[in-house]
Design a protein around this ligand. Structure first.
Ligand code: ATP
Ligand code: MG
Length: 550
């Protein structure tokens, strides 16, 4: 783990800070499902802790009761575990600290560093000034400590309406950093919280709750995305104001968020896709959520590998989604068994094979991992329609009238006759096999230019195969358009319901990966049953990324 955050940690350790060990945290807000961008943060935070022999906490930043839900709390834990990380007994909630956070706010008031303000939200905004003009002080700014303590207690007790009063830190209305112009730290919200119910009528703001939650948990390095850089002065101000020791208290370090071509990484937009039913749910295989990627057949190892390869930088950049696809392709190339499936079947009758003959031919499962199975070979088989061409150009090395091709794991066949329907569509081919051309036979090594996949008509299983494309159409650079609903790709899901797969996979379980020879990598969808197999295409075989990067 060589990145600039690790470098900072090493500098701190050399300077004699954090003598009781490194502690990081992953702090999701439970208002949506985790996506690939979060995976970067999960891998970084847990990775830094592991690398330094420290610990990483899971902390739900649940300070906004109106948007949060237990459904999200549960899915987030499932996704982090699936990615391969473990917080052991260190699952925390910012809401666990509501009592202590309140006490800290009271302490700020006592120290003359916070005040209750009567200005409305609009007034506060108007008083804030701009980047070029200083803000204006609220008439309530110089209330006495006693009055502030009394009003804050009354805010907590429910004596004011929502929005009627707020608690603000008293810092500097002329600060060039807008976040330091007396930020609001507590607001009144009558909303039922998913954990504390109706216990609280006032809730801490994220900028107040986050540094203090970090400090309460003895976090040493609070790693977050770049947009929080301007919030760091307040993070430090708050810990200073409350006398947290500089040598042991948490420090915030910002890194570049992950943005991917063709990919939405805004929770708000992802929620909109789900709520407006543009996708089947949070786990739709087209979604960049971890549950979507899982269902799509991406593996935890591939995602971790991706997060390692993209590295951690200090400036934002756009990563090509082809790189993520390349990582899963590499993992599945190493680990997925090969089988034969036909997506667009064309019937072939092998006229010199007996009607009732069934021959079981051995087929290797994987070129390096080995293993094998038998595939049944019969008089009638199906091949891929596009593997036959009637008026084939010279370079077409698959099947054509009078031509020969090898059936994978089986015989060389020759196309003798093409059968068509009234409309001229090819409905069937009549072919003959070279009986000595199978493995071990006299002409086993006879060379023909092409090898194609096939399945036995009698034994093949029907399958539904779902092919996916990007959810959105983008410009050439992969940038997302502003109106993303308008850019939804109408062909992002194509369902093939009459595909055929070899019988060896009848009892396969959801989540099992295969390479369908010559077609790509596929995973068994949770919708599957032995009577109705359902596969999702993970990625095709061609690696565009590997080519670009060479
Ligand atoms: P919100 O707008 O709801 O805050 P968020 O994407 O920041 O959305 P959080 O639940 O706050 O969601 O994120 C948890 C952690 O994941 C944060 O530390 C955040 O910085 C990090 N994170 C979120 N999106 C990305 C991303 N695209 N790349 C890297 N880290 C991210
Ligand atoms: Mg956030």
């Amino acid at each position: 783990m060589i990145n600039f955050v690790q470098q900072e940690i090493e500098n701190d350790l050399k300077a004699g800070k954090y003598t009781s060990g490194i502690r990081t945290r992953f702090p999701p807000e439970p208002n949506g499902y985790l996506h690939i961008g979060h995976a970067k943060s999960v891998c970084l935070n847990f990775g830094l802790a592991n690398f330094n022999g420290g610990l990483c906490n899971l902390r739900f930043d649940d300070t906004n009761p109106t948007k949060e839900d237990v459904e999200y709390v549960d899915s987030i834990q499932e996704d982090i575990r699936w990615l391969g990380f473990d917080w052991a007994d260190r699952k925390f909630f910012a809401s666990d600290y509501f009592g202590r956070l309140y006490e800290y706010a009271v302490e700020l008031i006592r120290r003359g560093l916070a005040y209750v303000d009567d200005l409305s939200a609009e007034e506060i905004k108007a008083y804030r000034g701009t980047l070029t003009e200083p803000g204006k002080e609220s008439p309530c700014r110089n209330r006495s400590v006693e009055e502030n303590l009394d009003l804050f207690a009354k805010m907590k007790a429910g004596e004011f309406a929502d929005g009627e009063k707020v608690l603000r830190a008293k810092i500097d209305m002329a600060s060039p950093n807008m976040n330091m112009r007396d930020p609001v730290i507590y607001r009144i919200t009558r909303a039922t919280h998913h954990r504390t119910g109706d216990d609280w009528l006032i809730y801490p703001m994220y900028d107040f709750a986050h540094p203090l939650s970090d400090a309460i948990e003895n976090i040493t390095h609070s790693v977050c995305t770049l947009e929080f850089e301007d919030h760091r002065p307040f993070y430090d101000w708050l810990l200073d104001a409350l006398d947290f020791d500089v040598n042991s208290r948490p420090r915030q370090i910002e890194f570049a968020r992950l943005d991917l071509t063709n990919t939405i990484t805004s929770k708000r937009k992802l929620r909109q896709l789900v709520e407006e039913k543009h996708v089947r749910g949070w786990d739709d295989p087209r979604m960049p959520t971890l549950s979507g990627l899982r269902r799509r057949g991406f593996t935890p190892a591939a995602i971790r590998d991706f997060c390692e390869r993209i590295g951690v930088a200090k400036s934002n950049s756009l990563v090509d989604v082809a790189m993520l696809e390349s990582c899963v392709r590499e993992d599945l190339n190493n680990n997925a068994d090969r089988i034969m499936a036909v997506l667009d079947p064309l019937k072939v009758v092998l006229t010199n094979v007996d009607e009732n003959s069934v021959e079981y031919l051995p087929a290797e499962n994987h070129p390096t991992r080995g293993g094998s199975r038998y595939v049944p070979f019969t008089r009638e088989i199906f091949i891929e329609r596009e593997d036959f061409m009637e008026d084939a150009p010279k370079k077409f090395f698959r099947l054509k009238p009078g031509g020969e091709v090898r059936l994978k794991h089986a015989y060389i066949i020759k196309c003798d006759e093409v059968i068509k329907d009234a409309a001229g569509k090819v409905t069937e081919l009549h072919c003959t096999i070279d009986k000595t051309s199978k493995s071990g036979g006299e002409t086993a090594n006879r060379k023909v230019k092409g090898t194609i996949h096939w399945v036995s008509a009698k034994f093949a299983l029907k399958a539904e195969v779902r092919l996916y494309d990007y959810l959105l159409t983008t410009d050439e650079k992969g940038n997302l358009p502003e109106d993303f609903i308008g850019a939804l790709n109408p062909n992002s899901l194509i369902v093939i319901d009459n595909a055929l797969v070899e019988p060896s996979v009848r009892w396969t379980a959801a989540g099992t990966h295969y390479q369908f020879l010559r077609l790509g990598y596929f995973v068994v969808d949770p919708d599957t049953t032995p009577e109705h197999l359902v596969f999702n295409r993970v990625v095709g075989l061609k690696d565009t990324w590997a080519k670009i990067s060479k």
